[in-house]
Design a protein around this ligand. Structure first.
Ligand SMILES: Nc1ncnc2c1ncn2[C@@H]1O[C@H](COP(=O)(O)OP(=O)(O)OP(=O)(O)O)[C@@H](O)[C@H]1O
Ligand SMILES: [Mg+2]
Length: 231
């Protein structure tokens, strides 16, 4: 069975597609068979990975047309891949998000490092909790800061708010820097792992994407371990 990772947040432009594409590439580079599923009717992920001059090896499936049947379509791919990464639409009213979360193992929730972004992410967190309680107890999830400017100490601020507001969502240690190379590789139709010419920040970006993938794998593993112990 494939391990299914949804990348979702109702807030637009927090880096869902950027992360979905780049973590797919990193899992693929790590020796996994990977499907990247474009679950967003905007079709950004498909356009990205089919627009470059180097063909990318991961399979890309456009499943947004299935609408709220997208979860069932994802399940059909279960035995074909080791990892399935789903780029979700940026609007919680879109029934595809719940459908994806009902079949996913993990939901990565990227947000910009600002209190305003955290507050607008609360609805996403509540939706994950509700799906975990009523539809899919296997679903684990974590927040992750994207587009972090190295000079700020926003991580501490975000952690304080999570505690003060009693938002019981895990914040990954890994964070992704604000780097032009993410925009550049997007524009070139390549990924941080596949781009083969010098670009400023490429090495650093590759290292942080690999850290993120490793931390997610470890976190998911620990959650699964607990789940098994709890019965
Ligand atoms: N870490 C980063 N550093 C610099 N630019 C970034 C970073 N992450 C994303 N971007 C840029 O921010 C913009 C929005 O990113 P992206 O399209 O991945 O967001 P999204 O959450 O998928 O948006 P939407 O809600 O519209 O689907 C893009 O131009 C992307 O290149
Ligand atoms: Mg997107």
């Amino acid at each position: 069975m494939a391990f299914k990772i949804a990348v979702s947040n109702q807030k637009g432009g927090t880096g869902k597609t950027t992360l979905a594409v780049n973590i797919s590439a990193a899992f693929e580079a790590g020796g996994n068979t990977v499907a990247l599923i474009d679950g967003d009717p905007q079709g950004t992920a498909v356009r990205w990975v089919t627009s470059g001059s180097i063909p990318l090896p991961m399979t890309v499936l456009s499943l947004a047309p299935a609408g709220k049947g997208i979860g069932a379509e994802i399940k059909k791919q279960d035995s074909n891949f080791d990892v399935i990464v789903i780029d979700c639409p940026g609007n919680l009213e879109d029934p595809r998000i719940a459908s994806v979360l009902e079949v996913a193992d993990f939901c990565l929730v990227p947000l910009s490092p600002s209190p305003a972004d955290l507050f607008s992410t609360v609805a996403m967190i509540r939706m994950i909790e509700s799906i975990r309680s009523f539809r899919n107890p296997r679903l684990s999830s974590a927040l992750m800061l994207n587009s972090v400017n190295g000079k700020t100490r926003m991580r501490e601020e975000i952690l304080k708010i999570l505690t003060a507001e009693e938002i019981g969502e895990h914040l990954l240690n890994s964070q992704i820097g604000q780097r032009e190379v993410y925009r550049q590789t997007f524009a070139l139709g390549t990924t941080i792992h596949h781009h083969n010419r010098y670009l400023k920040g490429l090495k650093e970006a590759r290292a942080e994407i690999e850290n993120l993938v490793a931390e997610m794998a470890q976190y998911i593993h620990s959650k699964r371990g607990n789940g098994e112990q709890n019965g």
